[in-house]
Write a protein that binds this ligand. Structure first.
Ligand SMILES: [Zn+2]
Length: 189
């Protein structure tokens, strides 16, 4: 029976919500807390328990990387982008205290493609502006995807809509203006 299922990692019974299904089992809410926020349900679905253990080790190592992370440049939004130009790496965090969040530190070399596109919000005429970055060479994270506008559903051509597009472009410009980042910009819709 479903309610007797247990977390593959800690062995506690799974709660009704907030679990993640992995390839060879399931993980409870608590066990996924330290994982990267960029993992999608599909990413979990492809992971084995061993992969997840490896991911947690990677997350521990990320904490150490954050100690030497330098904020040389930032673009502030609901998600703030921080660039460490000296060490050629960046992070994107929803929180002001990115160390507390243990935001993933990602190398410039890992960037493959960036696309900014508009998506209809549910069945309405309103839109969301999305940021999607595909990574290569990164063993733990395949892509970084988030909604640029703080609240879902922007009225087209409103001031907020324009501002959000401009913010999305600032993210893009920040990467484009860096030396040594070679990525493809994919135009959406
Ligand atoms: Zn657990």
């Amino acid at each position: 029976m479903d309610n007797e299922r247990k977390c593959s990692l800690c062995g506690e019974p799974l709660s009704r919500y907030g679990n993640k299904t992995i390839k060879d089992g399931a993980l409870c809410r608590n066990c996924i807390k330290p994982a990267s926020p960029w993992l999608s349900d599909e990413d979990y679905g492809r992971m084995t328990l061993e992969d997840f253990r490896k991911h947690l080790v990677y997350r521990e190592e990320n904490l150490k990387k954050l100690e030497t992370f330098r904020e040389d440049k930032k673009v502030e939004g609901k998600y703030t982008l921080y660039l460490d130009e000296g060490n050629k790496q960046f992070l994107i965090s929803k929180r002001k205290d990115y160390k507390k969040e243990n935001a993933d530190v990602i190398s410039f070399d890992d960037i493959d493609e960036i696309s900014i596109f508009e998506e209809n919000y549910m069945d309405t005429e309103d839109v969301d502006i999305c940021f999607d970055m595909k990574l290569k060479n990164n063993e733990e994270i395949d892509n970084i995807y988030f909604r640029v506008n703080e609240f879902p559903g922007l009225i087209k051509d409103s001031e907020q809509h324009e501002e959000t597009i401009s913010l999305a472009m600032q993210y893009l410009d920040a990467f484009e203006s860096e030396e040594g980042i070679d990525f493809e910009q994919v135009e959406g819709e």
